[in-house]
Design a protein around this ligand. Structure first.
Ligand code: SAM
Ligand code: SF4
Ligand code: SF4
Length: 498
């Protein structure tokens, strides 16, 4: 059975499972044991539902790495870029603790502190564990997370479990050393650089061993895999099965980001990343066995805020040094806010289950699935102007219900530079990024984008402002069905075959 955490309950008209990802029609969080539910329900990465409400932050205390991946270059930094491994300022453990407490006091919805680089946290054990040690004592209400390539994991499991760490991410791109040799040119192991298949074999063994040790301790493991077309794309479904069998809780298949200017091996060699469709197909093919994460934003190693937003500029060290933080009172305020959000989430879930039950006798639609883009700034409702959206969440509506699929980033066109490098207007580029979607739901939209969206075959819709996303998506889907629009092929398909 598909695991509970990631997708919310299929919306109102859902009559059962969709064939691929969204496995149950009940309240999925309700299927978890109390212990696991308490670990995931306010973790924005482990629960798709929670990511609408709760924020995370990373502190960049770990500069060194013990392996080389062909897609990573930590020397390239751009403050406007959101990408793993990128940071603006490296922190000492003391600075990281101050920063975390300042953010937690100012953004009470911040529940999770992760260390994810810019290098490998376990290749910098003193800095990483000093940060965790202090935070678990001084800010016990913050969940602590770590993200690692896994090479030094087995020797670190004991220490990790001492610091109240419930969540560990391991990047596992393969279980076959031949494939590993195409991703990892070398590892640094027992004071030697070990290249090729031999190095990849050691890395894979350490990752698998670390995964089993964490699972045995009841620590929740998320596995990240970078999808690299032509290298490991055909292999990742097998990886998914194996890591699930060894106790991983969640699988996050992410697209390779490879640009020549980043100076990575793949970037320079012209290795491409997957298309949106390739990524979604692979996530679907893994999801029969595994609980999939689809809402990862591939954050910077110093990201702050809700997933998809970055408030790092508000919390530079010079600003933090000037703040006066009373963490004891901040903690009391945080507790009240967390309880209020939990209550809101709970009543929304209950209302959804009730609504689904009240529609259970309706005849099931016999219509094709449709993708819709949503402009939201959080709280699970449609509350953003089209022109202010930095990203759109993509949902699929079908006779089986509504499910979250992915997100698409956009260059903000409203108030920004009006043209991209290639002469295309930013608005045109935004609309192009929504290819495959048939409707956009936002709180408001101007005449110009309205017109251009219609010309692109995407229906703009500002009629569901402040409504819960899934209900609004299902309402629009039913309107499209009633208007006979879903009996025909999707407009994009027609255009493609014309
Ligand atoms: C920057 S790493 C830091 C943690 C640790 N060193 C690791 O690799 O797991 C965080 C995540 O970003 C991923 N990542 C790094 N560069 C990437 C790229 N160019 N494209 C896609 N994912 C990337 C890594 O594979 C890893 O899952
Ligand atoms: S393990 Fe992480 S930090 Fe190290 S090279 Fe790979 S992606 Fe970069
Ligand atoms: S990179 Fe993905 S898993 Fe990590 S904090 Fe960002 S959204 Fe969560």
């Amino acid at each position: 059975m598909e695991l509970p955490v990631i997708n919310e309950t299929p919306a109102a008209s859902a009559g059962g499972c969709s064939s691929h990802s969204c496995g149950t029609s009940d309240d999925q969080l309700g299927h978890l044991s109390d212990e696991i539910r308490s670990k995931v329900e306010n973790h924005p990465c482990y629960s798709e539902d929670a990511h609408h409400y709760f924020a995370r932050m990373h502190v960049a205390v770990a500069p060194a790495c013990n392996i080389q991946c062909h897609y990573c270059n930590r020397k390239y930094d751009c403050s406007n870029e959101s990408r793993p491994g990128v940071v603006s300022e490296l922190l000492t453990p003391d600075q990281a603790v101050k920063k975390t407490m300042a953010v937690a006091a100012n953004i009470p919805q911040m529940t999770v502190l992760g260390i994810a680089g810019p290098g490998d946290p376990l290749a910098n054990p003193e800095r990483t564990f000093e940060t965790f040690r202090r935070l678990s004592a001084e800010a016990p209400d913050i969940k602590l997370c770590v993200s690692t390539n896994g090479l030094a994991l087995p020797e670190s499991v004991e220490e990790l479990s001492k610091h109240n760490i419930d969540h560990v991410t391991i990047t596992i791109n393969c279980v076959d050393p031949e494939i590993g040799a195409q991703i990892y040119p070398w590892i640094f192991w027992e004071n030697k650089r070990i290249k090729g298949v031999k190095g990849a074999k050691i890395l894979i063994e350490q990752q698998q061993k670390g995964l089993e040790m964490l699972a045995a301790k009841g620590i929740l493991v998320k596995v990240n895999s970078v999808m690299i077309p032509g290298v490991n794309d055909k292999h990742l479904a097998e990886v998914s099965k194996i890591v699930k069998a060894k106790g991983a809780f969640l699988h996050n298949v992410m697209p390779l980001i490879a640009e020549a200017e980043h100076g990575t091996f793949y970037g320079v060699m012209g290795q491409r990343g997957p298309t949106q469709d390739e990524l979604m197909d692979l996530q679907d093919s893994c999801s029969g066995d595994m609980n999939m994460m689809r809402h990862c934003r591939q954050c910077r190693a110093d990201a702050v805020g809700l997933l998809g937003e970055d408030r790092g500029d508000e919390f530079t060290m010079d600003k933090i040094e000037a703040m006066e933080i009373d963490y004891q009172s901040a903690m009391e305020k945080r507790k009240v806010i967390h309880e209020a959000i939990a209550e809101e989430m709970h009543s929304k879930r209950a209302a959804k289950v009730e609504k689904a039950a009240s529609h259970a006798d309706e005849p099931k639609l016999n219509t094709r699935p449709v993708l819709m883009a949503i402009a939201t700034s959080g709280q699970g409702v449609i509350n953003m102007h089209f022109g202010h959206a930095k990203e759109f969440l993509i949902y699929e509506a079908s006779p089986n219900g509504v499910r979250f699929m992915s997100h698409r980033k956009t260059d903000l066109y409203c108030g920004g530079d009006d043209t991209c490098g290639d002469g295309e207007s930013v608005l045109q580029q935004t609309i192009r990024s929504l290819a495959g979607c048939e409707a956009v739901l936002c709180s408001k939209i101007g005449y110009e984008p309205w017109d251009l969206l219609e010309k692109a075959g995407i229906v703009p819709n500002g009629e569901h402002a402040m409504e819960p996303i899934e209900e609004a998506v299902m309402a629009v889907y039913k309107e499209m069905a009633a208007a006979g629009k879903l009996d025909e092929a999707a407009p994009q398909e027609e255009r493609a075959t014309a």
